[in-house]
Design a protein around this ligand. Structure first.
Ligand code: SF4
Length: 216
């Protein structure tokens, strides 16, 4: 678990944290469809802005930060509180383009678990209970993120992505949950992944089950 209090004290008044703004593409209550927490109810906050640029990205609308509204932490906390969410997933875009300390501190103050899904293209920030690293070839993760990873999720299109996945796994803590996920549009890699997981059972398969459930 990443806890920045181990590194730097943050004596900032809560009202200042609540007034902090983030560019937000969307936020909604749904079911987590991917990874170790698949099937759990979760409130998703999708920040705007991404510096990675994957050609197969299914949220390209998130890339341009300026076209999205800026919401305060207060507005986001109220929205989360009015749901029954016990988990908040901060995703993007690339959420670590923004310092997440204000948002995650206030979410922890209302008692929810804070999860993040990141490519790791920027240094980690905030108080996070679960870090999912999904590395992308277009901009590699910063080295300092690996010790904080709880789950490594690698999108696979071709065989060379499997070797690349192993390179990242070697840098993560030994108890990291290791997952391979087929690229959604073609899913051509599925037989490759099934065979690989059978031969290397430390890995599991992540499916985008929210797309089967037809929820956002
Ligand atoms: S890192 Fe995520 S949001 Fe950014 S381009 Fe890649 S898939 Fe899209």
């Amino acid at each position: 678990m990443y806890n920045p209090e181990d590194i730097v004290p943050t004596p900032v008044a809560e009202h200042e944290l609540l007034d902090t703004e983030y560019p937000i593409m969307e936020h909604f209550y749904t079911i987590q469809g991917e990874g170790a927490h698949t099937g759990k109810a979760a409130y998703f906050i999708r920040t705007a802005g991404c510096d990675v640029g994957c050609w197969w990205c299914d949220v390209k609308d998130s890339w341009e930060e300026e076209v999205h509204p800026r919401l305060t932490v207060r507005e986001l906390v109220v929205a989360v509180e009015s749901s029954k969410a016990e988990i908040v997933v901060i995703t993007g875009g690339e959420p670590l383009l923004h310092n997440l300390e204000a948002l995650t501190t206030c979410l922890k103050n209302i008692g929810v678990q804070t999860h993040i899904e990141t490519s790791g293209s920027s240094p980690i920030s905030g108080t996070l209970d679960w870090v999912t690293l999904s590395p992308k070839r277009f901009k590699k993760p910063v080295e300092e993120i690996y010790p904080f990873v709880d789950e490594l999720k690698v999108v696979v299109l071709t065989k060379k992505d499997l070797a690349w996945a192993e390179e990242h796994a070697a840098k993560c803590p030994p108890d990291t949950r290791l997952l391979l996920q087929p690229e959604w549009e073609t899913a051509k890699a599925m037989p490759l992944i099934v065979d690989y997981v059978k031969q290397h059972p430390k890995w599991g398969i992540s499916l985008q089950t929210h797309k089967y459930l037809n929820v956002p």
